[in-house]
Design a protein around this ligand. Structure first.
Ligand SMILES: [Fe+2]
Length: 250
């Protein structure tokens, strides 16, 4: 099976359309989203419509949690709250209902998919988990690989039963070892914070165990203009051009 893994689209229609165009030509078996499909960007409803149209499965992100349970808004910083309130006003009834049904985690093809940290944490960041705790989590994990998002930054944690390593992921091909367990961060399609503006996504081949890290250019200037026109804080438009963050939560 060849699976595309997308995370943190964040209402960025231009980035999603570009990524889906590339995926279409790769003739993959499935596309799975790791959550935060909405928020920050100007086109959360259009992103939801596109994911629904192509029957793309997704887990719940922290931004979807703010839709599902409004009390979760308190978790976000004031700028993110302002952006999310605009997102909430844009979403249709059916989109809100669909978000309310998203699972906290998904297991498919022997792989786990979750927004934050396995087994099913939506809010916790991978970098917040101390090494000892991370080893416990990996030992308990039934699946060999768990894909996560949430930090908007590519990365890979590997565990061979003795040694835990945390590494950056860069665009290209990465050969995974059948004897190791992994937590792989897919970065972000629509609000990257890895220092480059390109939309990031992964393609994993379960047979060859090859992981392809993809980075594709798209019209972030257009998305930025739409963010400002929608009244969403300008900083979320400015971040698109540099692929970097100055605010930790989100
Ligand atoms: Fe996010």
């Amino acid at each position: 099976m060849k699976i595309a893994v997308l995370s943190d689209i964040h209402g960025n229609l231009e980035a999603l359309q570009t990524v889906l165009g590339i995926i279409h030509n790769l003739h993959l078996d499935e596309v799975i989203c790791l959550g935060d499909n909405i928020g920050y960007g100007p086109d959360s409803q259009a992103v939801m419509d596109l994911l629904t149209k192509y029957e793309i499965a997704s887990v719940l992100g922290n931004h979807e949690m703010a839709v599902k349970n409004r009390a979760s808004l308190e978790w976000f910083n004031p700028m993110a709250q302002k952006a999310l309130k605009i997102t909430l006003s844009q979403l249709s009834g059916p989109a809100v209902a669909k978000i309310g049904q998203l699972p906290f985690s998904l297991v498919k093809y022997g792989l786990r998919f979750v927004h934050g940290v396995p087994p099913a944490n939506v809010f916790l960041y991978l970098f917040q988990v101390p090494e000892k705790k991370l080893i416990q989590k990996l030992d308990r994990l039934k699946e060999q690989i768990c894909f996560v998002g949430h930090t908007h930054d590519l990365g890979i944690v590997s565990w061979d039963g003795t040694c835990l390593t945390r590494d950056k992921l860069v665009p290209g091909i990465c050969q995974l070892d059948e004897k190791k367990k992994y937590i792989i961060n897919a970065g972000s399609v629509g609000q990257p914070r890895d220092g480059t503006p390109e939309a990031k996504f992964l393609v994993y081949d379960t047979q060859t165990r090859q992981l392809a890290v993809r980075a594709v250019g798209y019209s972030f200037a257009e998305t930025g203009r739409k963010i400002i026109a929608a009244g969403i804080p300008k900083m979320y438009a400015e971040k698109l051009a540099v692929g970097a963050d100055t605010v930790k939560k989100g």
